[in-house]
Design a protein. Structure first.
Lengths: 114, 111
């Protein structure tokens, strides 16, 4: 499967903890995006990386950080977790940087903070 | 700041009936608009984008800048159209790929 992959599928942790979500883009895609989907906020853009560099930022909390590695996979780090961080976190990838490039979404990582 | 509103959380129609999923946006510039769809147990995927002016699976959407709307329409709904539909906006320029999504509409097409 050459689609976007995300690990883990599910993550259960406690408040105050730190977790790392991982995303591998489609083969050939240089852009990676992170989105958060929660019941009250809906689907919210967090951040975009292109070829290792941060390119666009949404309302990403300071407790959250991301990076894209030379092999183009990306990680989203969430620290000092709060109950409200429980959500589905999606990664997407696209070929290029521009808005008209179709974004291909991964299956998501469901994070539960207890 | 940009905003996308999908006024209907749920929409039910019968097979063969016309369907229209509403999307309104607020943005002062020239946005790019998209419709994304998520079928049951599948990933979120692009359905269509306004710049392509295409018809996908019988769906069309016209950008109306005067009414700031981008409604999704299909003349004859099919059961396989049942899904969650999201309208999304990109502000262009240095927004790069940043998409602002609406809250989504669950479409159910009854046999």
């Amino acid at each position: 499967d050459s689609g976007v992959t995300q690990t883990p599928k599910h993550l259960i942790t406690a408040t105050g903890q730190r977790v790392t979500l991982r995303c591998s883009p489609r083969s050939g895609d240089l852009s990676v995006y992170w989105y958060q989907q929660s019941l009250d906020q809906g689907l919210q853009f967090l951040i975009q990386y292109y070829n290792g560099e941060e390119r666009a930022k949404g309302n990403i909390l300071e407790r959250f950080s991301a990076q894209q590695f030379p092999d183009l996979h990306s990680e989203l780090n969430l620290s000092s977790l709060e109950l409200g961080d429980s959500a589905l976190y999606f990664c997407a990838s696209s070929v290029g940087l521009a808005s008209y490039n179709e974004q291909f979404f991964g299956p998501g990582t469901r994070l539960t903070v207890l | 700041a940009q905003r996308v509103t999908q006024p209907e959380k749920l929409l039910s129609v019968f097979k063969g009936a016309p369907v229209e999923l509403k999307c309104n946006y607020s943005y002062s510039g020239s946005p790019e608009l998209f419709w994304y769809v998520q079928y049951s147990r599948q990933r979120l995927q692009l359905l269509l984008r306004h710049i392509s002016r295409e018809s996908i699976k019988g769906f069309t959407a016209d950008l109306n800048k005067g009414e700031t709307s981008f409604h999704l329409k299909k003349p004859f709904a099919q059961e396989e159209d049942s899904a969650m539909y999201y309208c999304a906006l990109n502000a262009g320029g240095t927004s790069y790929g940043k998409l602002t999504f609406g809250q989504g509409t669950i479409l159910t097409v009854h046999p």
